[in-house]
Design a protein around this ligand. Sequence first.
Ligand SMILES: O=c1ccn([C@H]2C[C@H](O)[C@@H](COP(=O)(O)OP(=O)(O)OP(=O)(O)O)O2)c(=O)[nH]1
Ligand SMILES: [Mg+2]
Length: 143
Amino acid sequence: MIVKIVNKSKFPIPDYKTSGASGIDLFANIDENVVLKPMERVLIPTGIYLSIPEGYEGQIRARSGLALKYGIGLVNGIGTIDSDYRGEIKVILINFGNEEFVIKPGDRIAQLVFVKYEKAEFKEVDELDNTKRGYGGFGHTGI
Ligand SMILES: O=c1ccn([C@H]2C[C@H](O)[C@@H](COP(=O)(O)OP(=O)(O)OP(=O)(O)O)O2)c(=O)[nH]1
Ligand SMILES: [Mg+2]
């Protein structure tokens, strides 16, 4: 699968770190350190622009090391990069930790995974088919 990339950042084009890695690490394309206080959020630019083939999306995901050590996550859970988006890829970080977190230029702040998706065609009906679960959800089977 070919993804066209324009790299306007000061850093190399992100790459897979190991042969089995599903994500590429995104670099913070910032000129100066950004300090993130506890529970503060910030939009960090990456300086890269993508053209993802139709039928695929980009998913921005947290890095588990930063999450575990410093409580760094993504405000939007998983960031969705649409295949028709031509703007700069940006990352919405949040500091869930108790201490200030410093993002330095070139830090690997998140990862980007490309995923195939299905597009639904909706068929309107009056009633849905029966299942054993039915309307039960949100802990219906126990915690
Ligand atoms: O973490 C993110 C999430 C989104 N985007 C870009 C790519 C995506 O294609 C676009 C729109 O994202 P989304 O659909 O999640 O946001 P929205 O609030 O629904 O905006 P829009 O109305 O532009 O779709 O913003 C990012 O760069 N980083
Ligand atoms: Mg949207």
